[in-house]
Design a protein. Sequence first.
Length: 101
Amino acid sequence: MIRMVPFELESGETVLGVEVKLPKTTLLSLSTDRGYIMCGALDVSLLNDKLRDREIIAGRAVGVRTLEELIEAPLESVTHKAESLGIVAGMKGADALRLML
């Protein structure tokens, strides 16, 4: 099952939440027009290395099970392009999304 929902940040902006229920796991992402944060399934090293030319703005949070947890969780890793915008590991998901707007 796939669920797409508008997700409002505390600052009033809206991002897109996507939840994909798979056997034994759920994929979670919150995205803007420029970038996204995602659950532990995101392979940041792949984005930084093999897809570097795409300059993807993304961050990964681990141990999250809901979109609400994803937005509150600290990011475990981020892409090089995200770092260039001031997004860093340890930053709360909501703060990273605001920098992606």
